[in-house]
Design a protein around this ligand. Structure first.
Ligand code: C5P
Length: 230
């Protein structure tokens, strides 16, 4: 099975309040994207990696990637789009045909492990589509627009979804094509595949596999990384 990884990293980091690209913010002295790419490359699952970046940051990210190179796996930089979905769609169009599986992993999730990536890829190889997720620990409520509780959801069936998410290449391409036709926009890739009616298998993720979105996430990441590198 030939697998390719897509790393959407074209977000502007608005919620982080960062001046430059969020994915190049330092984490223990190393750019965040470097931490994210290491387990992807170390997993040995992928023949190619495509990183989506914003046009403004293309040169910075390309320079960083050329300095980081060394595993032998080609890492390409592709211009992302307005939304995460556009960024992944751009990568899907550009990656070489002939691959069987495609895994998508957020550039902003630097604490993923090679083990989790491998488990998700294997599950997708067997079942066509697999995502990492963790059981919800809090009570979850729906509200009206005005902020009044309208419903309390059954926590035992709620999963907090992460990346990696891995799919048969042709399934994900069809799902993206259908979403484009129907103008359906979602915040993860699995939603598009679910929309096609295809089963998506849940793999136990990790509570450490957080997405760096707001400044306190960086502090949490640094503490976890300090423990890991000790
Ligand atoms: O903002 P969000 O939580 O959707 O970001 C998830 C990932 O998608 C981040 O790694 C971010 O850089 C990426 N992204 C992207 N293109 C966008 C918006 C977000 O590649 N236009």
């Amino acid at each position: 099975m030939r697998a390719v990884a897509i790393v959407p990293a074209a977000g502007r980091g608005v919620r982080m309040g960062s001046m430059g690209p969020k994915v190049l913010m330092p984490l223990l002295g190393r750019p965040l994207l470097g931490w994210t790419l290491r387990p992807i490359l170390e997993s040995g699952c992928f023949s190619e990696v495509a990183v989506a970046c914003s046009p403004d940051h293309r040169n910075l990210i390309s320079r960083f990637l050329s300095e980081e190179a060394g595993t032998g796996t080609p890492v390409r930089v592709i211009i992302g789009g307005q939304t995460r979905q556009d960024s992944v769609a751009n990568c899907l169009r550009e990656i070489s045909s002939g691959c069987d599986l495609v895994a998508v992993h957020d550039g902003a999730r630097p604490l993923v492990t090679a083990g989790l990536i491998t488990t998700v890829v294997k599950r997708a190889e067997e079942g066509g589509a697999a995502i990492a997720a963790v059981p919800c620990k809090d009570t979850v409520k729906l509200s009206t627009q005005g902020g009044i509780v309208s419903e309390t959801l059954d926590r035992s069936r709620i999963w907090l979804v992460q990346t990696p998410q891995c799919f048969r290449f042709d399934l994900l391409v069809s799902a993206y094509e259908a979403a484009r036709r129907k103008e359906y926009v979602a915040t993860d890739d699995s939603s598009l595949v679910e929309h096609m009616g295809a089963p998506v298998h849940i793999v136990m993720g990790s509570y450490e596999n957080i997405k760096v979105t707001t400044p306190e996430d960086l502090l949490i990441c640094e503490e976890i990384l300090k423990r890991r590198v000790r």
